[in-house]
Each structure stands twice: as structure tokens, then as C-alpha cells.
Design a protein around this ligand. Structure first.
Ligand SMILES: Cc1cc2nc3c(=O)[nH]c(=O)nc-3n(C[C@H](O)[C@H](O)[C@H](O)COP(=O)(O)OP(=O)(O)OC[C@H]3O[C@@H](n4cnc5c(N)ncnc54)[C@H](O)[C@@H]3O)c2cc1C
Length: 345
């Protein structure tokens, strides 16, 4: 547990709307911290359709999810937000001085005057392999979080999955100073959704005996002295077999979990935070909700709509943070103040 970070504004979620929130807060002269459960920014754009095209961002006739995220990062760079990635916000409570205490599962705490929930469809968390007793080995022999070679150096590694991440993990574990003693790819059938070149590399490595592929559905475990020794598999022929291992890395994709957002005591409708359309404030003063996480009459889950919401939420925040100041509308084209804030004066 580290000392709390004091800030005027905290954004939960570094999806496209959370990133644009940083920009709009920056224009208002408000520095912010940003927390995201993923180890990278971009939310759905980066996680679900990085390479696919988007055609409805104003002024950008065409870009991919990845390109949009890159452009947003460029746009917010002058405001130097502090990013806290790979951390899920678990709890929010009101402090006696009316600020908000926001805590992450990794022990990071913020004391913030305003909070912007841009949590989209929830925190993206790795899907776990559902097998009785397996969770007891999580963190020691079983890992669902992002693969790291130090976990399997010189160990017998089983990688469960069939997408890019699973195949990439196998290929990187068969070579280098932290290579595994053996690498086995496990999937219920001999079909993969990974990129064709990764599939070709995996098949080549199997043909050369540098790794192997086993088809089967995990059905049980064998343990001894508190150690996971093997997975029981039902193979495609309907037979049971055992797969020995030291380390199991699962790469079963990510799924969004609304989880903690629903427990923060904010007014909700159909799993979304109810907001007003004047400044996208929630039922709690100082807490705004923007992007896919919010709901109001006519809500559309579009990036463009989230950008509008973030703009008005930033005006709402400045009215709360600097009540004595007039919140004047200024144009980025002509305002010297905004040019200074953008670092282009
Ligand atoms: C396949 C597909 C195609 C799409 N195409 C288009 C399109 O062409 N045009 C368009 O306008 N929209 C499109 N959309 C919708 C668009 O992606 C969403 O509207 C947009 O991503 C919403 O942005 P957001 O920032 O609100 O949320 P998200 O992008 O979902 O980001 C939310 C972030 O919050 C994080 N988070 C959530 N809870 C927590 C927590 N407790 N702690 C820490 N972090 C947390 C998540 O990890 C995530 O990174 C598409 C969606 C999909 C799935």
C-alpha cells in the first residue's frame, strides 16, 4: 500500500472516451491521472478491433481502432496525464472532506476532487480456465495474466488457447535464455483463430519437435504435496489422457467485467450509470460518467457521442473545481490561453 495520490481529477478507463476526457480536462487546465485494468490504453478499440476500420469519426474518413488510439494519445500528450495501467479500480468512497477515495486492487489509492468513469463495458480481465481446484494454483503454477518468460524458464510449460496470444507465447517460450524445458499447446481441437503466419510457425515448430500440440478438453487435475502435476484431458477420440506440467499459462482471451462499477452505490439502469445530459454527472456530486458506461434518454454507444459527453463533463468539472471562475467557451483556433495549455503558444 503506497501513500494516496492527491489529484483534481481521476479518469477510470483509458478507452477512446477516457482518453478524450483527458484532452478536454487539459483544455480546462485540469491535470488528471488515468487508471485502466488493461496494460495498454485504447479500451475496445485496442482490444476488440485494433486492425478493423472505423468510418464515423468526424474529420477522419477512415482509420483502424489502433490508429484512432494512436491519434488520441498524440492529442493528449501536451497534458501529460499520469497513466496507471494494469490496475483495476475496486472501490470508491467519500472522504470526510468530500473528496473521493478511489482504490485499485494493486494497492494504489487516489484522493480526487472529481472522478470520471469511462469504464465502457467494464474492465477487461483474462478469462480463466474453469476447472475444480485449479484456482488454488493461480499465481504459483497457473497464470491467466499477461505471459512472462520468468514464469516458465526451464519448466515444462502448457499453454492453453488458440489465438494470437497463445501461439505467440508458445513460440517465444521455445527459444532464448528463458526458454521452457518443453512447450505444449493445448486446445480442444486442431483449429486456431490466430494469424495465419503464427499458425504456420507453430506447425513448423511442432514438425521440428521444438514444441507439440495436444488436442483435448481439460476435465480434472492431478496434484501431489500441494503441487499441480498434470491436467486430465478428454481427447477428441473420447479417451482420457494426462498432460504433465510445471506451469500452465492460459491465453483464453479477455472478457469485460462490469464488476466493481455496479458496487459503487451510483444510480444505475440496466447495468449503466444514469447521468444528466447537462454535464454527464451521476447521482453523486463530482462523479461523472462518459462513454459506453452511461445511459440517458437517446443514448447511443458511439465514440462520437462519448467525445461530446467528455467535453460537457469537463465543463461540469471546472464549474465544481473553480466555482469563482467564469467557465468561458474558448476556441482552440484563437484562444491564447488554450494555446498555452496545448504547448503551442
Ligand atoms: C467490433 C466493434 C466495432 C465498433 N465499431 C465502432 C465504430 O465503427 N464507431 C463507433 O463509434 N463505435 C464503434 N464501436 C463501439 C466503440 O468501440 C465504443 O463505443 C467505445 O469503445 C466506447 O469507449 P469507452 O472509452 O467508453 O469504453 P471502452 O472502449 O470499453 O474502454 C473502457 C476501458 O475502461 C477500463 N475499465 C473498466 N472498468 C474498469 C475498472 N474498474 N478499473 C480500471 N479500468 C476499468 C477497461 O479495461 C477499458 O479499457 C465498436 C465496438 C466494437 C466491439
Amino acid at each position: 500500500m503506497t501513500a494516496p495520490i492527491d489529484t483534481e481529477a481521476l479518469v477510470i478507463g483509458a478507452g477512446p472516451v477516457g482518453l478524450f476526457q483527458v484532452f478536454q480536462l487539459g483544455l480546462q487546465g485540469i491535470h488528471c491521472h488515468v487508471v485502466d485494468a488493461l496494460p495498454h490504453v485504447g479500451g475496445q478499440c485496442a482490444e476488440l478491433y485494433a486492425g478493423k476500420p472505423i468510418y464515423d469519426i468526424p474529420g477522419i474518413p477512415f482509420c483502424t481502432g489502433r490508429e484512432l488510439v494512436e491519434r488520441l494519445q498524440q492529442q493528449i500528450a501536451p497534458f501529460k496525464p499520469t497513466l496507471h495501467l494494469g490496475q483495476q479500480v475496486d472501490s470508491i468512497e467519500r472522504l470526510p472532506d468530500q473528496r473521493l477515495k478511489v482504490s485499485t486492487g494493486s494497492g494504489c489509492t487516489f484522493h480526487t476532487n472529481t472522478l470520471f468513469i469511462a469504464a465502457g463495458v467494464g474492465a477487461f480481465v483474462p478469462r480463466r480456465m474453469l476447472l475444480d481446484g485449479l484456482s488454488a494454483f493461480e499465481g504459483s503454477q497457473v497464470f491467466a495474466e499477461h505471459p512472462a518468460p520468468e514464469r516458465w524458464a526451464s519448466q515444462h510449460l502448457v499453454v492453453a488457447g488458440e489465438g494470437d496470444a497463445a501461439l505467440q507465447t508458445c513460440l517465444s517460450a521455445i527459444e532464448g535464455p528463458q526458454a521452457a524445458a518443453s512447450v505444449t499447446l493445448l486446445h480442444r481441437r486442431d483449429q486456431f483463430s490466430a494469424a495465419p503466419d503464427l499458425i504456420a510457425q507453430m506447425r513448423q515448430a511442432c514438425a521440428e519437435g521444438r514444441m507439440r500440440f495436444v488436442a483435448g478438453q481439460p476435465t480434472g487435475l492431478r496434484t501431489a504435496n500441494g503441487h499441480l502435476q498434470a491436467l486430465e484431458l478428454l481427447n477428441p477420440q473420447g479417451d482420457t489422457e494426462w498432460l504433465s506440467l510445471d506451469v500452465l499459462q492460459t491465453c483464453l482471451g479477455l472478457s469485460p467485467k462490469l464488476g466493481p462499477v455496479a458496487q459503487w452505490g451510483l444510480a444505475m439502469e440496466r447495468k449503466q450509470l444514469v447521468v444528466n445530459t447537462e454535464n454527464f454527472g451521476t447521482s453523486e456530486t463530482g462523479i461523472f460518467a462518459v462513454g459506453d458506461i452511461n445511459t440517458y434518454p437517446g443514448k447511443k454507444k458511439l465514440i462520437l457521442c462519448g467525445f461530446h459527453e467528455a467535453t460537457l463533463a469537463a465543463f461540469g468539472a471546472v464549474a465544481l473545481l473553480r466555482p469563482a471562475e467564469k467557465t468561458l467557451l474558448q476556441y482552440t483556433t484563437t484562444s491564447t490561453l488554450l494555446h498555452q495549455r496545448l504547448g503551442i503558444a
